[in-house]
Design a binder for this molecule. Sequence first.
Ligand code: C2E
Ligand code: MG
Ligand code: MG
Ligand code: MG
Length: 287
Amino acid sequence: HAKLDGRNTYRFFTPQMHAKSVRALQLENAMRRALERNEFTLHYQPQICLHTGEIRSVEALLRWNQPELGQISPAEFIPVAEDSGQILQIGEWVLRKAITQLQTWHQEGFQKLKVAVNLSAIQFHQPQLPELIGRILLESEISPNSLELELTEGVAISDPKAATLTMDALRESGIWLSIDDFGTGYSSLSQLKRFQIYKLKIDQSFIRDLDHDSNDRAIVNAIIRMAQALGIQTTAEGVETQAQLDFLRDQGCDEAQGYWFSKPVSAEQISALLASYKPWLPNASPK
Ligand code: C2E
Ligand code: MG
Ligand code: MG
Ligand code: MG
């Protein structure tokens, strides 16, 4: 039927789709000046050890405050930066900023603290990545085993050979590799073992409804059991309630990260938190 065909064709050009591409273009253009104009900052969110209550590491999360467009979420601008290739420059800035900040925290006396940095698959497929990171670590006199890199599942799928070389080089230098958003993508168990993955970060979509969804409880339980069998650490993302925390501790989950403990905050707020922090004890509330 001609009318139906016409309508189906027309659906490719909805006003929403047009608006979306204009927005992406707008972000892409604004991003070209963002680094030199100092529009990016990093916030940091603690990852708490569920065995000792210590803050073991903080995850660096990128923030972009654009003067005309306001605060833009990384969930929106990171994909734009990946499409335009600008993620390479931005990602290098993030690495340098986070590692320099870690040097400051170490100098303030928090020598055991580690920092976790999110890497895009595009950065990961740069053969020079291990060398670049090695140089930044040297500049800041930070040991590789104070750095965690968060990769999403599937990083190794598009170019397994190159990914294997990069993963091996990073691991051999002493850097810790984590799989972010675990459970939402594809990763084979043999890959987890092969790449000597240090940590699985259980995606927050499985944590959100833990209190009333028995399927989520079964999934989280299975992930923790599997990780334990492989000798891999687990971190639950997006922990917001005491009930979620109790379940996770009960299951033997190693770390928690989420609003229950702290939102992502500025570097100065992390310093203040560390200075006054008493390792949280079992069955007590934080702070
Ligand atoms: P992610 O790495 O999985 O980071 C966790 C996200 O969950 C962060 O969102 C964090 O603010 C949020 N979150 C933490 N605790 C809770 C909680 O209890 N409840 C809820 N509802 N959310 C929580 P954010 O900062 O908006 O970042 C979104 C994503 O953007 C990140 O997900 C990461 O994939 C990406 N991203 C952020 N910074 C960078 C970066 O420097 N480089 C790259 N390549 N990606 C980044
Ligand atoms: Mg992450
Ligand atoms: Mg995540
Ligand atoms: Mg994510």
